[in-house]
Design a binder for this molecule. Structure first.
Ligand code: NI
Length: 263
């Protein structure tokens, strides 16, 4: 039974391995398919989460994994961890290195370790020929500088849950990055909405970043991949185009950057 006739969406960034989904993970995933989500990219945040992401991807054919050490956990990136990530990334279900980057808002790892972990993992992605999924919070200038210095345009990737300005978005596009929007576009400021209206649709992805950042009209609930539709609806509204067009193009974009086959 297909309860929806709307075109399929790809949730380009989820954390289904997190403990918030422990009680009902299978049901959450089932609801995603019922809501018209065709694929989910599950992002690793540390070594254990990367391993769990890969295990999910091996269990569900329409889930793919990224492996990487989040800036919060940058202090855990040892040479041994890097080696293990590299091994995990050799699996065909792993489609990117991430999420990696800088978080100068919460500063849960010292900034010099964040920078070093970010650089080492970009180098790993280039070595493996995989795109990177970038987390950036209050570190726009440095994120761009490191991506440039490490020549990340060779692999490209995604600026996930984008929070920069239009200039940053355009610099990212020039380096071969796509811009991904999550729930905040449904409740955040006008600036973010303006960016989603001004950059080419061919450079946009939609994501939930679940269990966090629940979009309107589900604020207050735990977020889940089924709710990526609200992000896509908002982008359609901002751009004055149909939901169908947003779904079709953002799915193609996700397939392109992550090397997925879509029918
Ligand atoms: Ni995330």
């Amino acid at each position: 039974m297909i309860p929806t006739t709307r075109p399929m969406l790809i949730d380009s960034h989820a954390h289904l391995d997190f403990s918030q989904f422990k009680p009902d993970r299978d049901r959450v995933i089932g609801r995603a398919w019922d809501a018209g989500v065709s694929k989910i990219i599950n992002a690793g945040t540390d070594l254990a989460s990367s391993e769990k992401s890969l295990a999910l991807a091996q269990r569900y054919p329409a889930i793919y994994a990224t492996v990487g050490i989040h800036p919060h956990d940058a202090k855990t990136l040892t040479p041994k961890t890097l080696k293990r990530l590299s091994k995990l990334a050799a699996n065909e279900n792993v489609v990117a290195i991430g999420e990696i980057g800088l978080d100068f808002y919460r500063d849960l790892s010292p900034r010099d370790l964040q920078r070093s972990a970010f650089r080492q993992q970009i180098r790993l992605s280039i070595e493996l020929g995989l795109p990177v999924v970038v987390h950036d919070r209050d570190a726009h200038t440095e994120v761009l500088r490191i991506l440039r210095q490490e020549r990340a345009h060779r692999v490209g990737g995604v600026l996930h849950c984008f929070s920069g300005d239009l200039t940053m978005a355009r610099e990212g596009l020039e380096m071969g990055f796509l811009i991904s929007f999550a729930g905040p576009i449904t409740y955040g400021g006008e600036k973010k909405k303006a960016i989603a209206g001004k950059i080419p649709l061919e450079s946009i992805l939609v994501e939930t970043d679940c269990p966090f950042l629940t979009p309107v009209p589900r604020r207050g609930e735990r977020n889940e991949p089924a709710y990526v539709q609200y992000v896509a609806e908002k982008i359609a509204e901002i751009r004055g185009i149909s939901f169908e067009e947003v779904a079709e193009v953002t799915s193609k974009n996700a397939a392109r950057v992550f090397g997925l086959k879509i029918s």
